[in-house]
Design a protein around this ligand. Sequence first.
Ligand code: BES
Ligand code: ZN
Length: 623
Amino acid sequence: MRRLIGLVLLGSLACGGPETTEMPPPSPDRHDLHSYSNADEIRTTHIALDWTVDFDTKTIGGSATLTLQPVGDAEPSRLILDTRALTIRAAAASVDGDRFTAADFRLGPSDPVLGAPLTIQLPEGATHVRVEYLSDPGATGLQWLEPAMTAGKQHPYLFSQSQAIHARSWIPLQDTPGVRATYEAVVRTPPELVAVMSAEMLNRDTGRTGEYRFEMPQAIPSYLIALAVGDIDFRAISDRTGVWAEPSVVESAASEFEDLESMMQAAEKLFGPYRWGRYDVLVLPPSFPFGGMENPRLTFATPTLLAGDKSLVGVIAHELAHSWSGNLVTNATWRDFWLNEGFTVYLENRIQEEVFGAERANMEAALEVQDLEAEMAELAPRDQVLHVDLTGRDPDEGFTQVPYIKGMLLLRTMEHAVGREQFDAFLRGYFDHFAFQSITTADFEAYLKKELPAAAEAVPLETWLNDPGLPADAVRPTSGAFEAVEAIGRRWVAGEIPASEIPWNEWNTHERLRLLASLPKEVGPDRMAELDKAFSITQSRNAEIIHRWLLEATKRGYKPAEPRVEQFLLAVGRRKFLKPLYEALAETPEGKKRALAIYKKARAGYHPIAQQTIDQILGVKGE
Ligand code: BES
Ligand code: ZN
């Protein structure tokens, strides 16, 4: 019988149904070390969520009903789900999705990284399991904001961040990117707030009702399930794009991201159709720990992108690009993360080139490579490889520039070897071939060797994937504009020109960043003061520039920037900004003291993911 269902499903696929795909058979390289689930025996195909969001207790309570499909012929007698700090109230199973009977369940011991396995006994022929549960107020995948932490200061706010393995802290499920499921949800909230999800909003036009319904008809991995609840409004940019944000932010967000539709058109031209319906961006409060998160149909973004001059929209191009690399073709395990991020940085750059021109695209790529090289100098060899070994580690440890920028360089190098036309055709074929599938590095290699043998031969793939450092054949981006910036910087450092002759005010954000990132060690506090006097950099409102400036100021002991460092660390929760600043402060005993004092005030406002990072840097014990 099951075989038959499988065939029918495959049949409908052949007729062009793009939403669900056949599941690849289990194999060792597909095994996900970061999930307890028995996904090689049985997989979730659909998740129905029914939630009440309670800001008083900081909990999400309700149920998750999973539709299941055995992988092979044997029917497993149990289902193992991932959980972290969930209170499980009941479990039930059903053979028809309609009548449920109580099922035995057991919550195993909790591992600090992986959480606790939830084992549910399956009666014969079970096709559905329902778990009733309550999330913990400290759930690592949720941040509950007090009104004071929002722009409006009147209402609380909640948002989720599931990647990499935090979905399990607010939903009991098979928390592995190797399993894809469609989902639907009912979300009850206080009536004055709006809920949005990484899904189609079914009652978009009925206003604030306190009950919101969602449907995600495309099969996605668990880390892309996302929810936000707050006092948010919507502004359309085109008929399929727009922004959500708090009322006082939504206008500036809409103008900052006014190129959304052009970016989508560029991406579709390059990589094939956008397969997710709408593309909206939710601008979160400043404690959002990332620049952006590619939740399907609804990218989550930090408000630090709102520079007023569109100079930081590269992050949006990046998250949009994940609609192909990552969301459509997904890393099967966190070892394969570079397939998500390396491809995406490459795509992001191609989109930027289309929309803003090659000069800006090259500048961004050159800045990225500069950051990669700086970080790589500090990384252990085992962390400098694309196909990283995460055995016994938190997948978060794989979050470095390596999968991103080394991955991007691999793609650039292949593009260079075969020419753009061929490489673009390969990419379109790749997205089409693996659409709605989760794939491993080995799947990519096999496909490359078959479809683009010239690239596979020209580029030493094994070296790229498995060796530390940057291969000698890496094709690096070059920027004439940056050469000019560096030349002027050298002349100023050598004392040949005064700071006032640096054309800072004519430079764009990227040129300014390049100058700051290229300052040699000998530039001390007095020389920093010269720059600051000439261009008031300590007063900059561009988040990237102020971050880079404060970082260099801290490393060089430029004291006048100290109050701004504190202000910045108290105002912003983006981990990419916090981490290097706290690290730089912790370099000296006096700086560490300041860091601890600032962190004492700031910690409660940071996201659990950021707290974990900074706790480690400062040697603070989390609660
Ligand atoms: N998917 C990532 C964010 C992520 C990765 C969260 C792994 C948790 C675990 C997102 O697409 C991303 O890469 N964001 C970057 C911006 C990008 C332009 C490099 C960020 O937030 O800095
Ligand atoms: Zn990304």
